[in-house]
Design a protein around this ligand. Structure first.
Ligand SMILES: N[C@@H]1[C@@H](O)[C@H](O)[C@@H](COP(=O)(O)O)O[C@@H]1O
Length: 261
């Protein structure tokens, strides 16, 4: 795992955008794994800004796979993750909505939604770069603490803490769905590159547990330690709980350009 402690959230966003753009330039038909939540938003804004300024690559051939989705929201609900990703990123990059997929009960229903999404991920050749945020309790996508490290896409029940954290996007806590469909931790681990972004002091404990704590289902984010190519971009506040922060800074400062991220 490469931990990159930066200073500001703006630097995190710019570097995350650089990684995505470099991939799409190298591989125009790349498969991008997209996360929701507030953490990746500045990176999405940066990508959109560069694209509109004519500075980014063409996203015409890209395929996007969303990490997770609420269950039970009416189609097109503004807080559905499908609508959120379209609004925050893919529409702005000019990506055809038909190339953006997410776990979806669809006509065939919830019981087979997980399996169908796993098949789709395999069919498009797997995810090249998976953007990730982390929940304040260490959850990844909607894999709450206790999720199997080998899990695949399936329905999960949200914890009270995650529902409370996400209530800010809804009118009230009661409106936050209780159930979700989410890629599993085992699904996420199959992506070729994991790119986790975390900013703010509220994420410091979760980041420290994920990066330096034991690999455990109690901290789903700790599965990053099992991945051969995981990058963790942090602002100063999110990195503040790390024991080896000064070492990571030293490594990054001396990193040869040919290594890339
Ligand atoms: N399903 C999403 C996660 O993918 C995200 O990482 C988490 C943290 O969100 P935020 O970045 O807003 O703190 O929120 C939700 O639960």
């Amino acid at each position: 795992m490469e931990v990159v402690p930066l200073t500001t959230a703006g630097e995190v966003a710019a570097l995350a955008a650089d990684v995505v753009e470099a991939l799409v330039r190298r591989r125009p038909a790349a498969v991008l794994g997209l996360a929701t939540g507030s953490s990746p938003l500045p990176a999405y804004q940066e990508l959109t800004r560069r694209h509109r300024a004519g500075a980014g690559p063409s996203y015409d051939e890209v395929t996007c796979l969303n990490l997770d989705e609420y269950v039970g929201l009416p189609p097109g609900h503004e807080q559905s993750y499908r609508a959120t990703i379209a609004r925050e990123l893919t529409d702005g990059l000019g990506i055809d909505p038909a190339r953006v997929h997410g776990p979806d009960p669809g006509e065939d229903g919830l019981a087979t939604a997980g399996e169908r999404y796993e098949e789709l991920i395999l069919k498009v050749g797997g995810v090249d770069v998976q953007l990730l945020g982390i929940g304040s309790d260490g959850h990844l996508a909607f894999n709450e603490p206790g999720s199997s490290l080998a899990s695949r896409t399936r329905m999960k029940t949200l914890t009270a803490r995650t529902r409370a954290d996400n209530a800010r996007f809804f009118g009230s806590l009661d409106e936050v769905p209780r159930h979700v469909l989410t890629q599993g931790l085992g699904t996420i681990l199959r992506a070729r590159h994991l790119l986790l972004v975390a900013t703010g002091a509220g994420k410091a404990a979760a980041v420290a547990a994920a990066v330096e704590g034991p690999v455990s289902a109690s901290c789903p984010g700790s599965v990053l330690q099992l991945h051969p190519h995981a990058t963790v971009l942090l602002d100063e506040a999110a990195a503040s709980g790390l024991e080896r922060g000064s070492y990571y800074r030293e490594v990054y400062a001396g990193k040869p350009a040919w290594q890339g991220l």
